[in-house]
Write a protein that binds this ligand. Sequence first.
Ligand SMILES: NC(=O)C1=CN([C@@H]2O[C@H](COP(=O)(O)OP(=O)(O)OC[C@H]3O[C@@H](n4cnc5c(N)ncnc54)[C@H](O)[C@@H]3O)[C@@H](O)[C@H]2O)C=CC1
Ligand SMILES: O=C([O-])CC(=O)C(=O)O
Length: 328
Amino acid sequence: MVSVAVLGAAGGIGQPLSLLLKLNVNVTKLNLYDIVNVPGVAADISHVSTNAEVKSFLGPGQLDEAVSKIDLAIIPAGVPRKPGMTRDDLFKINAGIVKTLVEKIAENSPRAFIAVISNPVNSTVPIAAEVLKAKGVFDARRLFGVTTLDVVRASRFVRDVRANTDAAALRVPVVGGHSGNTIVPLLSLASSPVELSEAEVKELTHRIQFGGDEVVKAKDGAGSATLSMAYAGARFADSLMRAMKGEQVVEPTFISLSADPEGAKEIRQLGAGDLEFFAVPVKLGANGVESIVPLGGQPTEFEREAIKVSAQALATNIDTGVNFVKSA
Ligand SMILES: NC(=O)C1=CN([C@@H]2O[C@H](COP(=O)(O)OP(=O)(O)OC[C@H]3O[C@@H](n4cnc5c(N)ncnc54)[C@H](O)[C@@H]3O)[C@@H](O)[C@H]2O)C=CC1
Ligand SMILES: O=C([O-])CC(=O)C(=O)O
């Protein structure tokens, strides 16, 4: 019995993500919002023979209604990268989009879980948090930056070098942020041991960190990852919805570490320092973040160094997001 709103539902991610959500038995209401093309997308998806009720909401005049009485808002609204751009280059446009959408969620469904896909996630999540704080409804357990695609890539890319890996079962904790060297896969702490040489670890780490660039390059101006991202977003949403029903599910996600100050101590000591936001493996429950899950071992020297590098870059990204709202 979960009401979900997808904001940016007519886009490259929004369309397949909305379709996958329509297939999820836990979704009872699916509100699709965009500033263009969304009536067609909603009409199309609404014919799929599952019980979820699909509704279309077009343009700012229908935004309040789109985010009323919802349990979960997923935000893939905004512009994607083109070759030669970094995720930070998207900030100028996407920062304002995310700010406006989160303001409306805060006003209409202040207890909704919010999952932010729009890039740069390292800054858009701090923007969302500042907006929620300003509205007096911030709950660190309920706001998530979706970094599942990094986790998905890690599993799949390990299989590319070790064909005996079950890509669907292997879980690699990925911590830090969601861009380049802020992404830190902890390959040494995978759910089942993977024997890799030092050179292979370096190569794999780099590939996971810059996996998004492979897609941007291959699409050659037509955008960035959409289908794998829709899969990752639907998987994260499914985890959240199963958690809402009382199941305990673990997913790495970019959160405010204030959600579990005690549990955050491990990653802080490993290099996250006093940063407010960091991606960490999280145990999800009925109220969102139930706890930050211990990493389950000591990361290697290489991984510890990568966490420190990530934290340095993240500090700037987080400040950029926070200042955007504070100086508005
Ligand atoms: N977190 C992650 O792992 C990933 C994040 N992304 C990010 O997701 C975002 C969306 O990517 P795509 O779907 O490929 O882009 P897209 O351009 O295909 O779709 C974006 C959609 O957002 C809509 N939109 C624009 N302004 C809006 C507003 N004010 N309110 C509601 N909707 C609005 C557009 O009309 C469009 O339908 C980008 O910022 C991209 O960088 C992409 C891949 C992975
Ligand atoms: O690379 C991009 O710009 C889109 C993205 O976040 C990803 O694919 O990880």
